[in-house]
Design a binder for this molecule. Sequence first.
Ligand SMILES: Cc1cc2nc3c(=O)[nH]c(=O)nc-3n(C[C@H](O)[C@H](O)[C@H](O)COP(=O)(O)OP(=O)(O)OC[C@H]3O[C@@H](n4cnc5c(N)ncnc54)[C@H](O)[C@@H]3O)c2cc1C
Length: 603
Amino acid sequence: MTTYTAPIEDINFLIEDVLDYHSHYAKYLSYAEATPDMVEMIVTECAKFCETELAPLNQSGDKEGCQLKDGKVTTPKGFKESYQAYVDAGWQGISHPVEYGGQGLPPSLGLIRSEMLGTANWSWSMYPGLSLGAMDTVIKHGSQSQKEIYLPKLTEGVWSGTMCLTEAQCGSDLGRISTKAEPQKDGSYSITGSKIFISAGDHDLTENIIHIVLARLPDAPKGTRGISLFVVPKILVNEDSTLGEANAVSCGTLEEKMGIKASSTVTLNFDAAKGFLIGEENKGLEYMFTYMNNARLGTALQGVSSAELAYQISLPYVKERLSMRSLTGKKFPEKEADPIIVHPDVRKMLLTQKAISEGGRAMIYYAAKVLDELEQCEDEQASKALDEKLGFLTPILKGFLTELGFESANLGIQVLGGYGYTKEWGLEQIVRDTRVSTLYEGTTGIQALDLLGRKMLMERGKTLRSFANEIMGFCKGHSLISGNPHKLRMNKFIWPLTKAVFNWQRYSLQIASRAQKDRDLIGSASVEYLMYSGYITMAYCWAMMAQTANEEIAKKPENIDFYRAKVRTAEFYFERIFPRIKTLGKTMMAKPRSLMRITSEQF
Ligand SMILES: Cc1cc2nc3c(=O)[nH]c(=O)nc-3n(C[C@H](O)[C@H](O)[C@H](O)COP(=O)(O)OP(=O)(O)OC[C@H]3O[C@@H](n4cnc5c(N)ncnc54)[C@H](O)[C@@H]3O)c2cc1C
């Protein structure tokens, strides 16, 4: 059976030492409640909930899956009870506005909660996870009355939310959606159409489900400019906030999927369902981006979660499993053979998992700080810059971390050999569960186009330059010519990082210039560009962690093993993972000719 132990020491290392969340929270009056004691309480209590309530349902939920009967979806045994416990403990609204029943804590704390929920049981975590996006959309773009009607129950968690974008003919290309919205005399809209692959679209955990739906008005312009956003409750809500009659929304099919079997994924049919416009007509896709950015950060977490869980299963196994002897002579002569942790190749796989999970967590927590700053920023220009930075980081985190999370889960199977391939150990489930993370919320290909096309080329490299300057500033401040007392130890990280950031900007300029002659270069380079950017962002995070660990070794010698492990994992990352950028740099700059010359018929 898989179990989960929340990596509290790793989490605290980031929030207390590397990223200093405490001083960051102390800067803002609205985060006054986020005292160190409160943060510690949230982390430990959430860890307990995840370890005892959610982790035990991970494998049983996978085995049982969801069921569709008479148009209603039921979740696996134990899901309802644990969801009720989650609601009773007030976990859903920890970082949502106090006026709607939330605790008003920083969004970064909400992400830490989501990471633990997701690692313990990803399928379960999708039910509250989808609601978070719906809540954010209503908060940012809903009318006052929509906020009053929907937010209190969503914040409490007794209602949940969904995101209804995809239709049979289009997922990435949302400009082609055809669900119709016809204005009614009473100011509402009649919504007709089918949405497919809707996560948490129907289930038995909450008394109502609030669907956020993309649809088109009769006279709307074609393409993405003619899409509007609607709130469509499963059960209509009376003026006094009590539940009224059922809306015309039905669940058609429950998808049979490769993984996340305990998360319901359904087709929803809207048959002249009553919907209410969010914001202005034809601005739906623009509004949806708020939802998508948060959802994409939430999905990036799946990469970290699967890497962490796969590592947690692999680690005890490699210490127990015996096979042959170490190449440098017996390490455990009292045993029949040495445990496989002595073998360099096994260590390479284990360290890759560790580097991805801890490096990925650092990337998310780093971005979460930007999210907090953006929420608190009152200056228009500074707010724009923060929004652009988050917009730049989001596709990197989503695309890169989900790809690496899958790699890490897959390595887990390899580490366990034949046992990894069996159900008992839970690794094959992680591989099946996490495979979808590179697809939903925008495929890696779509994230890559967003990064290179919109966030780099259309912005003329503005955000890239400012992020690159920040990393270069860090490198300078810790280099051989700085006053950093650990500069000699840090040089092995600082020098390759400096070179890579320089090349990142050089390649970006070259792509911008060559793409003017050949637009296909954007598409042929984009995924490599995204991965290149991801490896650099992770290298920056590992360099920061190594610097902090070096400082802490002197301050807390009693924890020397923990900090040394950080420095050694950083060394591993820089020596054996970071050099992947060399190949990426080469392939990303190759001309698209070999991709484009072969005709469709010649395939
Ligand atoms: C389990 C699951 C849960 C989901 N949950 C939800 C949900 O809650 N709500 C919701 O609305 N949707 C949901 N989806 C749908 C999901 O977001 C889409 O499947 C995804 O966005 C991809 O769209 P698609 O399947 O239509 O693939 P397509 O868009 O057809 O893409 C197919 C391939 O073509 C590539 N491609 C497409 N266009 C381009 C281009 N212009 N340039 C380069 N490459 C391109 C893609 O990268 C991909 O590799 C879910 C899907 C799954 C499997």
